[in-house]
Design a protein around this ligand. Structure first.
Ligand SMILES: *[C@@H]1O[C@H](CO)[C@@H](O)[C@H](O)[C@H]1NC(C)=O
Ligand SMILES: *[C@@H]1O[C@H](CO)[C@@H](O)[C@H](O)[C@H]1NC(C)=O
Ligand SMILES: *[C@@H]1O[C@H](CO)[C@@H](O)[C@H](O)[C@H]1NC(C)=O
Ligand SMILES: *[C@@H]1O[C@H](CO)[C@@H](O)[C@H](O)[C@H]1NC(C)=O
Ligand SMILES: *[C@@H]1O[C@H](CO)[C@@H](O)[C@H](O)[C@H]1NC(C)=O
Ligand SMILES: *[C@@H]1O[C@H](CO)[C@@H](O)[C@H](O)[C@H]1NC(C)=O
Ligand SMILES: *[C@@H]1O[C@H](CO)[C@@H](O)[C@H](O)[C@H]1NC(C)=O
Ligand SMILES: *[C@@H]1O[C@H](CO)[C@@H](O)[C@H](O)[C@H]1NC(C)=O
Ligand SMILES: *[C@@H]1O[C@H](CO)[C@@H](O)[C@H](O)[C@H]1NC(C)=O
Ligand SMILES: *[C@@H]1O[C@H](CO)[C@@H](O)[C@H](O)[C@H]1NC(C)=O
Ligand SMILES: *[C@@H]1O[C@H](CO)[C@@H](O)[C@H](O)[C@H]1NC(C)=O
Length: 372
């Protein structure tokens, strides 16, 4: 249905319509329900970008307004030492990390990226070619309050509203990842690759049938996030990282990484010495007095089957907060045994939701002949 409507909006002739069918995507808004306590919620999220031409990490960072190269590297599990000049081949997907803002029932990237209009640009060209159809021109038009899509000015700054969400999925904190569907891939393959389930992907994306999946569509895929001890009062809360990714936080003083083999518990350590700092000239203390003044990331055995770890608990203008967490070393599930102290919270994960139940469907993409 969607394809036909998009098509008839844009077409002047059947020939144009046929051409467009190859490139039109069903970019839908992702639902994002703010908690009743506040009108908006924010969180970090991810979206695929598939560069049409060979480019560099530095260029992608600038295009999407990613605050620093480390953030881009961490989201893509690339080594911290990767240079900004590193080339990215055409058609190789790269994950863009950005802050999601939930408002009015949908999630969009929080006032970023900002694109400055160049001579000869049209809104549709910006949406489709510059930003790889991650948004539609109508979505850019709406958030920027543009009355007539044909009337944009050179130099005008446009907010590009990338789709995202901060919602829990089946009670678990996740990283919502806007996955661009590759040609010929199936919902079952995507679910398997990202530890989700076909039913969940159908529900989150408002799809009635796996056959509704289209190449190039941006699919809301929930990635299991590592549990952390970061306080909900911290300036980086909620910091959610998915398996294999890392991030620098607390003015780059702290590096946190998520590794499934560590039972999905966020591991944070003081940053390696060469990491450039921002507005703190020197990192504040990161010790746990209760654990012999050990530093964050340090672990000590505290009895049979239990380790106590000095964990990162967030930061404020002046301090880095720490908390002690107990981790079971015998139980293979290895969840923290009790929630960390008052000012910290632990993100609960139900775990079973992410199981790979065998599912009923594995359907190939709609062919063009089906569409016509
Ligand atoms: C990609 O390269 C082609 C051919 O060189 C060019 O026409 C097109 O504008 C480039 N696309 C972008 C987004 O730079
Ligand atoms: C990228 O993919 C598109 C569509 O699949 C294809 O037309 C194009 O030739 C590819 N470009 C490169 C450089 O591989
Ligand atoms: C949400 O809706 C209200 C009222 O319609 C509007 O003022 C506000 O700008 C909207 N927020 C966003 C982020 O779109
Ligand atoms: C939008 O602007 C174009 C160019 O000035 C004009 O031709 C068109 O009629 C306008 N459309 C609307 C709906 O005002
Ligand atoms: C999004 O939210 C609206 C309003 O609550 C609801 O009708 C719709 O089914 C939701 N869509 C998805 C894909 O969950
Ligand atoms: C922060 O966490 C505490 C304890 O878990 C809770 O009582 C409080 O409502 C939370 N505050 C916010 C803003 O979520
Ligand atoms: C986690 O990521 C690593 C690579 O970073 C991968 O080898 C491993 O299979 C992933 N585990 C899960 C459960 O996704
Ligand atoms: C921890 O550091 C404080 C202040 O530097 C010091 O007074 C205390 O003796 C130290 N405790 C241990 C166990 O080293
Ligand atoms: C527990 O702590 C000991 C040091 O006391 C360390 O060698 C071991 O790796 C830790 N185990 C875990 C699972 O963190
Ligand atoms: C930051 O946290 C520390 C430790 O909890 C506290 O003593 C300090 O007052 C806080 N500073 C600000 C500016 O909130
Ligand atoms: C960790 O376990 C010890 C006993 O082994 C207990 O005294 C302490 O309160 C526990 N700490 C937390 C944060 O649960």
């Amino acid at each position: 249905m969607m394809k036909y409507r998009s098509c008839s909006l844009l077409m002047n002739s059947l020939i144009l319509c046929v051409v467009l069918l190859f490139t039109i995507t069903t970019t839908h808004a992702f639902n994002c329900t703010s908690p009743s306590s506040s009108p908006t919620a924010k969180c970090n999220s991810l979206i695929d970008y598939i560069p049409p031409n060979t480019t560099t990490l530095s260029h992608i960072k600038t295009l999407f307004g990613v605050p620093n190269l480390h953030t881009l590297l961490g989201a893509n599990s690339m080594p911290v030492s990767t240079p900004p000049t590193q080339s990215v081949p055409a058609n190789r997907s790269i994950k863009i990390p950005f802050e999601c803002l939930c408002a009015n029932g949908t999630g969009v990237s929080n006032r970023r990226p900002i694109y400055r209009v160049k001579a000869g640009d049209g809104l549709d060209h910006i949406a489709r070619d510059v930003f790889g159809a991650l948004v539609t021109y109508q979505q850019i038009q709406a958030v920027n309050g543009i009355a007539n899509a044909s009337l944009i000015m050179v130099g005008q700054e446009l907010w590009i509203p990338l789709p995202c969400s901060c919602d829990k999925v089946d009670g678990s904190q996740v990283v919502h990842y806007g996955h661009v569907v590759a040609p010929k891939s199936t919902l079952q393959q995507i679910a398997d690759a990202y530890g989700s389930r076909v039913e969940t992907l159908l529900r989150l994306n408002g799809l009635a049938d796996p056959r509704d999946l289209l190449a190039g569509a941006v699919l809301d895929v929930p990635l299991r996030a590592c549990a952390s001890s970061i306080s909900n009062q911290s300036r980086d809360s909620p910091l959610r990282l998915s398996n294999g990714t890392y991030a620098f936080t607390a003015h780059n003083c702290v590096q946190c990484k998520c590794d499934a083999s560590n039972n999905y518990i966020l591991q944070c350590d003081p940053s390696p010495p060469k990491t450039k700092l921002s507005d703190w000239s020197k990192c504040p203390s990161m010790i746990c007095e209760g654990l012999g003044n050990s530093s964050i990331g340090d672990s000590m055995s505290s009895g049979n089957c239990q380790n106590t770890t000095c964990s990162y608990a967030g930061y404020n203008h002046t301090s880095i907060l720490t908390t002690l967490t107990n981790i079971s070393t015998c139980n293979p599930e290895g969840a923290p045994q009790s929630p960390p102290r008052s000012h910290a919270m632990t993100i609960g994960l139900s775990g079973n939701y992410f199981g790979r139940a065998s599912l009923f469907v594995s359907l190939a993409l709609l062919s063009l002949s089906h569409l016509l």
